[in-house]
Design a protein around this ligand. Structure first.
Ligand SMILES: [Ca+2]
Length: 331
């Protein structure tokens, strides 16, 4: 039953691929309103933020990014770096290192009727959510069938992962990925995140430690920024229009930009890898899982190990596997 449906669906792929040729185009300049600063207090009080962007732009060009596009892009970025991504990261690192809190008793793993160990993310593994995933698979039957055939990742697992990451594309992050990564890349001085520093007890005595961590994270953000811009230029996408997480993960499958080059797939063969389309997101995440060890007939423990390459938490992997089984039980 399943395989004959699969075959019918695959017959439709060629026709679909031939007609799908729309390309994203560069649009007129404008910074998304939701990316604008809520308060100028969130940013460095330094008067030289224009200079920060200029230096960043010059470095990207020295590292090989197209000069005209990069200059034009930064000319449109008419606001100071945001302290938000680096501030949140420093707060997290500092709190873990210097302000350990008595941990709540961790939930012990437990057996469940589904055969997937708990705990799971609260409120995710429900029949209602499984139905949403089943409907989503049916609506995008070609994308899921093709990915399952090419990479061996069951549709239910791919859909459950998309549900956990972005609620099937319903929540794609409220930030502009380019602005967040660019901000993080130029925020290297504890004085640039005063709102965060003032709330961390004892931080004034640990400036060298904080500065060192900021440098590592800023370098990381720079690499991701470079990957994001290379991706946008290669695919005709406008970086100022790409929504993402506070750390620049994008698309239905929430890939970091550097992973797009490693694992991104143009699922619908329209010449563009666009992780905001279901076809490309499902193909890309399935390729990612396959390349990180997904095979048919893996045990739950082995499936968990593969999913943990996507996100290192057991609860993440177990939630996806439990939701996938619930979808399958719907038939
Ligand atoms: Ca595509």
């Amino acid at each position: 039953m399943r395989s004959s449906r699969l075959f019918t669906i695959l017959l439709g792929i060629l026709a679909l691929s031939a007609s799908a040729c729309s390309k994203s185009t560069l649009q007129t300049p404008s910074v998304p309103a939701q990316s604008r600063p809520a308060s100028s207090m969130e940013f460095s009080q330094s008067a030289s933020w224009h200079e920060s962007w200029q230096n960043l732009s010059a470095k990207l060009q020295r590292d090989g990014l197209d000069a005209a596009r990069t200059n034009a892009l930064f000319a449109r970025l008419d606001m100071p770096p945001s302290a938000v991504p680096m501030g949140i990261k420093v707060k997290e690192l500092y709190t873990n290192k210097f302000l350990p809190r008595p941990k709540a008793q961790p939930q012990k793993p437990f057996k469940t009727k589904l055969g997937i160990p708990g705990p799971w993310f609260k409120g995710v593994v429900t029949t209602a959510n499984a139905k949403k995933c089943r409907d989503f698979i049916d609506q995008h039957a070609v994308a899921f069938a093709r990915a399952e055939l090419n990479y061996g990742v069951p549709s239910e697992v791919a859909a459950a992962l998309l549900f956990v990451e972005t609620r099937l594309g319903g929540y794609l992050g409220k930030h502009n990925a380019f602005y967040m990564l660019a901000s993080m890349a130029v925020t290297r001085d504890p004085a640039d995140i005063p709102e965060y520093m003032s709330k961390l007890p004892g931080s004034e005595n640990r400036i060298p430690w904080i500065r060192e961590k900021m440098a590592v994270k800023a370098d990381w953000a720079y690499k991701e920024l470079k990957a994001l811009l290379s991706y946008c230029y290669a695919n005709g996408l406008d970086p100022l229009k790409i929504k993402g997480s506070v750390y620049g993960a994008i698309g239905l499958c929430q890939f970091m930009p550097s992973n797009i080059f490693r694992y991104g797939v143009d699922g619908n063969a329209d010449g563009v890898i666009d992780l905001f389309t279901v076809d490309d997101a499902v193909a890309s995440l399935s390729n990612y899982l396959r390349r990180n060890g997904w095979r048919s007939n893996l045990s739950v423990t082995e499936q968990t190990r593969v999913l943990r390459t996507y996100n290192a938490m057991d609860i993440y992997a177990h939630t996806i596997l439990a939701l996938a089984r619930t979808i399958r039980q719907l038939g």
